[in-house]
Design a protein around this ligand. Structure first.
Ligand code: ADP
Ligand code: ZN
Length: 724
C-alpha cells in the first residue's frame, strides 16, 4: 500500500517524498480508520485524501465550505489528470446536471461539494446508492461552535455520515486550539488514536519584528527587496489600507487594495489579479486571505499590530505555502498598543479580560529576546526546543557583531530619569536631539543637562536603540501611559557597572537582518523566461500560473536544465500528465537556452534532496563551517570568513553534529577550552547523564563553575570528534 502511494506521489503529483505525517495519515485512511488531521496551512493536507481517493475503487466526497477553495483544488487536479468534479451553487443548472451525470456514471474519483449541496435529500439518496469509500471534511473546524468560522450545515454532516456506511471519514483543519480539536472529534465520534497533529512550525518563514519609526519608508525599503514577487501588507483599518495603497501606487508599485468596504466586484477582481500574478502586492485588512491558496506569496508585512497571536499566525501562514523561504515582518510601536488598549477598554468586562490575555501573549512574542518560535508555537501548546531556529531575527542577531552601545544607553537612561520617567521614547529622543518641539519647551526640558547630547544619532537610530533598551530589560513601559521607567539593571548601566551590547542601525537603512535566499544558485534569466511562458499558458486557460507549474518547479528547471523527458519527470511537481501537457514547451525553451549558452544538464539525484528551507542547493552555513574546519582551516580564519563570534561558531558546529553531517576535527577546538583534562572528564560524565540538548542543567550540575563556552566546546567533543 505504501509503495502504491509513493508511486502516485511521484507519477501523478510529481513529488519525491512525503511531508511529515502524510504517509502515516494515508495509510490510516486506506485502512478505513477515521482520521483527524491537524496541519498548518501549507502543510500538505490535500494529498492526505487525494492519494487515497486515487487508490480506493469507489468515490471520495470532499466537503469544503468555500467555493474559491474548491475551484482552486479542482483546477489543480484537472491539470494533473485526476477525474474530479464539483457540485456547488456557482454552477449553471446545465453544468450542475452534467457534473452530476458524470458522478452517476462512476467516472469520477473525487467529488467536491458544499455541505448544503450534500445535505439535499435527493442528492443524499443519489450518492448513497453509489459506492462511496471516503467522506472528506475539509476545514473541519467549521463543525465547532468554538471555532472562528462555525457553520451550522457542518453540524448536520454528522448525521449525513451515517448514510455512507462503507465510507471512512477524514476531517482536516489548520485550527490548532485544543478545544476545537476536541469538539471535532466528539461531534464526529472519532477516537483519540485517530488524531494526527503536525508541527505548526513553518520552517521556511523568516519571522522578524522591527520597531515602527517611519512605517511607510520602512515598508517601501522592505518591498524593494522583492522585485516582481508577491506579497501581502496587512493594515488595521480600511482607511489605512486605502491610504497606503494610494501612497504605494504613486511610488509606482504594482498594488491593489482589499477590504470589506469595497464592492464585491472590486474585491474579487483585485484578488484575482493578485492570484494570477498580474498584481504584485495586496494591501489589505484581515478580510483578505480566507480561501486563498496562492503558494508563492514571498512576504507578509504587518503594518499594524495583529489582533492576536492566532490571527498573526494565520496571516503570516499565507506566505511560503510552496515551502520556499518567505519573509514576514511586523512593524511594531507602543503607540499601536495604546490604540489596541483603547479599543479593549470599550469592551464588556468579560471580553476585556480575554482581550488583555491575548494582547499580553502577543506582547510576549513581540518582546522576546529568545527565538520567536518559542512563544509563537508555545501559544499552540507546542514546545519548541531548538536553541536556534536560524529563521527569526532574534536567532540571527548573534550572527552579527554586536556593538558596544553602552554610552548611548547611558545617555538615554539619564534623559529618561531627568524627565522624571514620565515620557515615552519620542519625547526623550526629542530632548536628546535638542528639538524645539512645543512639548519640549512647555516642560522646560531645553534646560536639562541631557538636552541635545544625542545629536550624533538620527531619530530613527534612537528609536531603534530605545526598542533594544526595552527588550534588554533596561526600561519598562507603562502600558497605560506609555512612559518609560528605569529598572535595576538600568541603574547598573548608568553607573558604568554593566555594558550594553546591541545593534546599531545604519543611518537611512531599514532593519533588514535577513536576506535568506536558500536557492541562490538558479539561473534567473532562464527562470524569468520560463515564468513568462507559464503566465501565457495560464492566461490562455484562464487559470492562475501556479496551477500550471509552481515557482519551485521552475526554479528546479533553472537549476538542473533538464534536457530530456526523463530528467523533466525528475523535476519537482512534474507528473506524467503535466509533462504531457507542458513538458515539451518548457523543454524546448530550456534546450534552446542551453544551446546558445553552452550549458549542460545537471543531474538531479534520484531521491536527492528536495529544495526547501532545510535542504538546499546552496549549502547551509553550519555545513560550510563544519567542512571548513575539517579541511584544516584555522578557527580564527573561519570566524573571520563569516564575521562571527566564537560563540556563534560553536553553535554552528553543534548544529552540524546534531544533524548528523559527520564528525569534526577537534584538536584546535579543544585548545580553545580552558578546562583541565580532569574537569573535562567530569563534564563529559554530566553530558552522559543529562543529555546534550540543553546546557543549563549541565551548567547547574557543575555548580556554575564552568562557563558556557567551555561547555559548548566539550559538548562538541562529546558528540563526535575525530582527533588527529
Ligand atoms: P494545506 O491544505 O495543508 O494548506 P496543501 O495541501 O494545499 O496544504 O499543500 C500546500 C502545497 O504543498 C501545495 O502546493 C502542495 O502541492 C504542496 N505539497 C503537498 N505535499 C507535498 C509533498 N509531499 N511534496 C512536495 N510538495 C507538496
Ligand atoms: Zn528563532
Amino acid at each position: 500500500m505504501a509503495g502504491k502511494s509513493k508511486h502516485i506521489l511521484k507519477t501523478v503529483f510529481g513529488y519525491d517524498a512525503f511531508r511529515p505525517l502524510q504517509a502515516e495519515i494515508i495509510t490510516n485512511v486506506l485502512r478505513k480508520n477515521d482520521t483527524l488531521v491537524i496541519m498548518p496551512t501549507g502543510g500538505g493536507k490535500s494529498l492526505c485524501y487525494q492519494i487515497p481517493a486515487l487508490i480506493f475503487s469507489g468515490l471520495t466526497i470532499v466537503i469544503s465550505p468555500l467555493i474559491s477553495l474548491m475551484k482552486d483544488q479542482v483546477e489543480q487536479l484537472v491539470q494533473i489528470g485526476v477525474p474530479v468534479t464539483v457540485l456547488n451553487s456557482s454552477l449553471t443548472l446545465e453544468q450542475y446536471r452534467r457534473n452530476e451525470e458524470k458522478v452517476k456514471q462512476g467516472v469520477i474519483r473525487l467529488l467536491y461539494m458544499a455541505p448544503e449541496a450534500l445535505l439535499r435529500p435527493n442528492m443524499l439518496a443519489m450518492l448513497s446508492s453509489l459506492d462511496v469509500d471516503c467522506l472528506t471534511i475539509d476545514e473541519a473546524h467549521c463543525i465547532s461552535e468554538w471555532g472562528h468560522d462555525f457553520r451550522p450545515e457542518y453540524r448536520q454532516l454528522v448525521t449525513a455520515r451515517d448514510r455512507f456506511a462503507n465510507a471512512v471519514c477524514i476531517a482536516l483543519t489548520a485550527t490548532a486550539t485544543p478545544r476545537v480539536r476536541q469538539d471535532i472529534k466528539t461531534s464526529l465520534g472519532f477516537e483519540d488514536s485517530d488524531e494526527f497533529v503536525a508541527s505548526f512550525n513553518r520552517k521556511n518563514l523568516f519571522i522578524q519584528v522591527v520597531s515602527k519609526n517611519n512605517p511607510f519608508e520602512q515598508t517601501v525599503e522592505f518591498i524593494k527587496g522583492f522585485p516582481g514577487q508577491s506579497g501581502i501588507i496587512y493594515c488595521f483599518s480600511r482607511r489605512q489600507v486605502d491610504d497606503l495603497y494610494e501612497a504605494l501606487k504613486s511610488k509606482g508599485f504594482s498594488v491593489r487594495p482589499y477590504h470589506a468596504g469595497l464592492s464585491k466586484r472590486d474585491r474579487t477582481r483585485n484578488q484575482d489579479l493578485f492570484i494570477k500574478d498580474d498584481v504584485q502586492i495586496m494591501v489589505a485588512t484581515i478580510a483578505f486571505g480566507m480561501g486563498i491558496d496562492k503558494p508563492n506569496v514571498r512576504f507578509v508585512v504587518h503594518y499594524d499590530l495583529p489582533k492576536n497571536i492566532e490571527s498573526y499566525y494565520q496571516e503570516i501562514g499565507r506566505a511560503g505555502r510552496d515551502g520556499l523561504p518567505a519573509h514576514c515582518i511586523l512593524l511594531f510601536s507602543y503607540g499601536d498598543i495604546q490604540k489596541t488598549k483603547y479599543f479593549i477598554n470599550k469592551k464588556e468586562e468579560h471580553e476585556q479580560r480575554i482581550a488583555n490575555i491575548h494582547l499580553n501573549a502577543l506582547l510576549g512574542f513581540i518582546e522576546t529576546e529568545r527565538c520567536r518560535r518559542i512563544p509563537l508555537l508555545g501559544y499552540f501548546g507546542e514546545k519548541y526546543s531548538r536553541e536556534d531556529c536560524g529563521m527569526c531575527d532574534n536567532c540571527l542577531t548573534e550572527e552579527e557583531d554586536l556593538k558596544d552601545i553602552t554610552i548611548a544607553a547611558q545617555k538615554f537612561l539619564s534623559c529618561a530619569k531627568r524627565t522624571e520617567e514620565r515620557f515615552g521614547a519620542g519625547h526623550i529622543i526629542d530632548v536628546l536631539r535638542g528639538s524645539e518641539a512645543k512639548k519640549v519647551l512647555r516642560f522646560g526640558h531645553q534646560h536639562l543637562s541631557t538636552y541635545g547630547i544625542g545629536r550624533d544619532f538620527s531619530k530613527r537610530q534612537w528609536f531603534h536603540l530605545s526598542r533594544q533598551f526595552i527588550r534588554k530589560g533596561l526600561l519598562v513601559q507603562d502600558m497605560e501611559f506609555g512612559s518609560l521607567k528605569l529598572t535595576d539593571k538600568a541603574w547598573k548601566v548608568a553607573r558604568g557597572e554593566e555594558k550594553v551590547f546591541g545593534r546599531m542601525e545604519e543611518e537611512g537603512g531599514v532593519d533588514r537582518t535577513s536576506e535568506k535566499d536558500d536557492h541562490k544558485d538558479y539561473d534567473r534569466d532562464l527562470f524569468e523566461i520560463l515564468r513568462k511562458e507559464r503566465k501565457q499558458l495560464a492566461d490562455k486557460s484562464n487559470v492562475p500560473p501556479y496551477v500550471i507549474f509552481s515557482d519551485k518547479t521552475l526554479i528546479e528547471m533553472a537549476i538542473f536544465f533538464p534536457q530530456s523527458k526523463q530528467s523533466m519527470l525528475d523535476i519537482h511537481g512534474v507528473g506524467a500528465v503535466k509533462h504531457d501537457k507542458y513538458g515539451t514547451v518548457f523543454l524546448d525553451i530550456i534546450q534552446e537556452y542551453c544551446k546558445i549558452r553552452q550549458i549542460e544538464e545537471r543531474a538531479k539525484l534520484a531521491g536527492g534532496k528536495p529544495l526547501g528551507a532545510t535542504a538546499s542547493i546552496g549549502k547551509k552555513r553550519h555545513i560550510v563551517i563544519g567542512e571548513a574546519l575539517n579541511s584544516g582551516r584555522p578557527v580564527s580564519k573561519i570566524m573571520d570568513d563569516f564575521s562571527i563570534k566564537r560563540d556563534t561558531f560553536l553553535n554552528h558546529l553543534f548544529r552540524y553534529l546534531q544533524e548528523g553531517n559527520g564528525l569534526i576535527k577537534s584538536d584546535e577546538l579543544m585548545a580553545l577550552s580552558t578546562v583541565s583534562s580532569e574537569q573535562k572528564d567530569h563534564i563529559l560524565d554530566k553530558f552522559e547523564d543529562l543529555g546534550t540538548e540543553f546546557l543549563k542543567p549541565v551548567f547547574d550540575a557543575l555548580g556554575g563553575e564552568t562557563d558556557y563556552e567551555d561547555l559548548k566546546i566539550i559538548r562538541l567533543y562529546y558528540l563526535g570528534t575525530v582527533r588527529k
